[in-house]
Write a protein that binds this ligand. Structure first.
Ligand code: G4P
Length: 526
C-alpha cells in the first residue's frame, strides 16, 4: 500500500459524519453543545445556544435570519475527540424546516435521533426518521431529559417500534427518573453511572457484576434497585439482543438514556456512538460504488446557501467529499458543466467561524465559493466523469400560487424563480390546462425567504396566494387523465415535465389512487 493510500485510509477510518434528528425543543442545541465541548471545539458552554438565539449572528447571515435569530439554512460543525474527527450536520427545525433539512440527511452516514422522554416520538422526528430509513442508514437514539418526569421507558420503546417501525435495544437503563433519577445502568459494560451532588455535576462510574449486584442496592436504595432488576430481567428475556449488523442496516436502533443539560450520559453516548457508527460510506454513481479510499478525489453538492455575505451575490455550495484527498487549489472536473474548475477558496465549518481549509477527506463537508455554477446534486471529480446518484426531490407540503405584481418585471421574475429552484429553496409547478405557476415548499418560512429574496435580489414584488393542498405525489402511468384528479386535487407538472398530483387531504389522495389503479403515486420525483 502506498504511503498516500495508507494516510487516506487512516483519515477515513477516524471520521464520523452524522446528523441529529429531533423535534424542536427536544434538546438538540444543548446536546450539540455538550458534544462540541467534549471535543474542545468551543470554549464556553452556551455558544451554540447563543448563536441560535442571537439577534446579531457573528457571521453575515441573511437579513431574515438576523431578524428572527434563527438559522435559515443548516450548517456543519467539526471537532476532534479521542482520535476521531467528527462532523455534525445541523438539521434546522422550527419554522425554518425546509427541503434543505431533508437533503442534508443525504450527506450523513448515520443519524442520532433525539427524543424527549416526556413527549416521545413527535411529528418532525417522524419525517426526518423516514428520510433516514429510506437510505437505510444506522440510527442511534438518545432519550433526553431524564431529570424530568417522563414516560415509562418500555412505553417509549414500544412507541418507537409502532410509529417508526424500528426495533430498539437499550444500551443503558435508567435507575429512577425525574426527581428520583440517580443514574443509569450500562448493560453492555456492566457498570453503573451515578449522579453525584445536588447539581448532578459529578458522575461516579462503578463496575458491577451485573444488574443484580448488591452494590447497586447500596447506592440506589432498595426500591429503585428492585425496579431496575425487574426491568433489565424483562429486557434480557424479551428484548432484542444487540446486533451490530442489524444496526448497520437500520433495522435496530441502540437506545441511550441521559440528560443533555446536565451532561449526564452524554460522554458515554458519544464514546459508544463513535465505536458503533459507520465511517464514511461509499456512494452510488454511474461508475458503480465509489469507495472513500479511491485515491481520486470526488464529491457532490447537497446544498447551496445564498447570500452568506449580502454585500455580494455569492453563494456557498456545500460539498460532501466521497473519495480521495481534497487539497486547496486543486483542479477538478465539474461533470455536468463539462469543465475543469479550480477549488481555490474552500471553507470548512467549525463550531464558531468559517475557516479556509487546505485539506479535507471523505466524510468532510467543504463550502465552495459559488459564482452561480453549481446546482444541487452536481458531482465534482478528479480525472474521471463520475456522476453520483441524483439527490431525491422531496414532496412539498405547503403550496401557493405565485404572480408577479408588475408584469414588466417578468424576465427578472423568471430568472429569480429559476435560480431559487436551482438552490432548492422552492419547487415550481405549472398547472395543467391553466398554466398557473404554483410553488411548493416543505416549511412555511421558505415562502417568506422567497418573497424577501425576489424583492432584495431581483427587484420583483410577488404575490403569493396560499392553496389548500397538503400532499404532492409524482404520478407515473402510461396514460394520465386529468379529469381523474379533480376532487379536492389538481394536476400539475414539475420543472422536468413530470406529472404531479396535489391533494387537499388524504381522502382525496386515496380516492385518486382508487380511480387510477394502474398509476404509481411517488413521494419523491421519479
Ligand atoms: P432544540 O435545539 O432541540 O430546540 O432544544 P434546546 O437544546 O434549545 O432545548 C430546549 C429546552 O430543553 C431548553 O430549555 C433546554 O435547556 C432544555 N433541555 C435540554 N436538555 C435538557 C435536559 O436534559 N433536561 C431538562 N430538564 N431540560 C433540558 P429552555 O427553557 O427552552 O431554554 P433555557 O433557558 O433553559 O436554555
Amino acid at each position: 500500500m502506498s504511503k498516500a493510500l495508507e494516510q487516506l485510509q487512516q483519515e477515513v477510518d477516524k471520521r464520523r459524519t452524522f446528523a441529529i434528528i429531533s423535534h424542536p425543543d427536544a434538546g438538540k442545541t444543548t446536546l450539540t453543545e455538550k458534544l462540541l465541548l467534549f471535543g474542545g471545539a468551543i470554549r464556553l458552554a452556551g455558544s451554540v445556544k447563543a448563536r441560535k438565539a442571537s439577534k446579531h449572528a457573528t457571521s453575515d447571515w441573511m437579513e431574515i435570519e438576523k431578524q428572527r435569530g434563527i438559522s435559515v439554512t443548516s450548517s456543519v460543525m467539526q471537532f476532534d475527540y479521542k482520535g476521531h474527527r467528527i462532523n455534525i450536520l445541523d438539521t434546522p427545525g422550527h419554522q425554518d424546516f425546509s427541503e434543505d433539512t431533508y437533503r442534508t440527511l443525504t450527506a450523513a452516514d448515520s443519524a442520532v435521533m433525539l427524543i424527549d422522554v416526556a413527549k416521545g416520538v413527535e411529528a418532525q422526528t417522524i419525517k426526518l426518521f423516514q428520510v433516514c430509513a429510506k437510505r437505510g442508514i444506522p440510527i442511534f437514539t438518545f432519550i433526553n431529559k431524564l431529570d424530568r418526569e417522563g414516560r415509562n421507558p418500555f412505553e417509549l420503546m414500544e412507541e418507537i417500534e409502532r410509529v417508526l417501525g424500528i426495533r430498539s435495544v437499550p444500551m443503558n437503563w435508567p435507575i429512577g427518573m425525574g426527581r428520583e433519577l440517580c443514574g443509569v445502568y450500562d448493560r453492555m459494560k456492566n457498570q453503573v453511572e451515578l449522579f453525584q451532588g445536588d447539581d448532578h455535576s459529578n458522575i461516579q462510574v462503578t463496575k458491577v457484576k451485573d444488574y443484580t449486584d448488591p452494590v447497586i442496592r447500596e447506592m440506589a436504595g432498595e426500591y429503585l434497585h428492585d425496579q431496575l432488576c425487574q426491568d433489565v430481567e424483562l429486557l434480557d428475556v424479551a428484548g432484542d439482543p444487540f446486533d451490530l449488523e442489524k444496526v448497520k442496516r437500520g433495522e435496530l436502533t441502540p437506545v441511550f438514556f441521559g440528560s443533555a443539560v446536565n451532561n449526564f450520559g452524554v460522554q458515554t453516548f458519544l464514546e459508544n456512538f463513535l465505536q458503533l457508527a459507520p465511517k464514511p460510506e461509499p456512494r452510488r454513481s454511474t461508475n458503480g460504488l465509489v469507495e472513500p479510499t479511491n485515491e481520486k478525489f470526488s464529491g457532490y453538492v447537497f446544498k447551496i446557501q445564498a447570500n452568506m455575505n449580502p454585500a455580494h451575490r455569492d453563494r456557498i455550495a456545500f460539498l460532501r467529499i466521497v473519495s480521495g484527498k481534497f487539497e486547496r487549489g486543486m483542479s477538478v472536473k465539474h461533470v455536468r458543466a463539462g469543465k475543469e474548475i479550480k477549488l481555490s477558496q474552500p471553507q470548512q465549518f467549525l463550531a464558531q467561524d468559517r475557516d479556509i481549509v487546505s485539506e479535507a477527506y471523505p466524510g468532510d463537508i467543504i463550502g465552495l465559493f459559488d459564482p452561480g455554477i453549481f446546482r444541487i446534486g452536481d458531482s465534482l471529480s478528479q480525472g474521471s466523469e463520475v456522476v453520483f446518484d441524483e439527490l431525491p426531490t422531496f414532496s412539498p407540503e405547503i403550496f401557493a400560487k405565485v404572480t408577479v405584481k408588475n408584469a414588466l418585471k417578468h424576465k427578472q421574475y423568471q430568472k429569480g424563480i429559476d435560480q431559487l429552484t436551482e438552490e432548492g429553496t422552492i419547487q415550481v409547478f405549472t398547472t395543467v390546462g391553466f398554466e398557473d405557476t404554483l410553488l411548493g415548499v416543505v416549511g412555511q418560512l421558505q415562502f417568506e425567504v422567497f418573497e424577501y429574496r425576489m424583492k432584495g435580489e431581483y427587484g420583483v414584488d410577488v404575490q403569493l396566494q396560499r392553496m389548500p393542498f397538503q400532499f404532492a405525489r409524482w404520478i407515473v402511468a402510461d396514460k394520465i387523465d386529468p379529469s381523474k384528479f379533480r376532487i379536492n386535487s389538481t394536476l400539475v407538472k414539475d420543472k422536468k415535465g413530470n406529472y404531479v398530483a396535489l391533494f387537499e387531504n388524504e381522502y382525496a389522495m386515496r380516492t385518486a389512487m382508487e380511480k387510477n389503479p394502474d398509476a404509481q403515486f411517488l413521494e419523491t420525483a421519479p
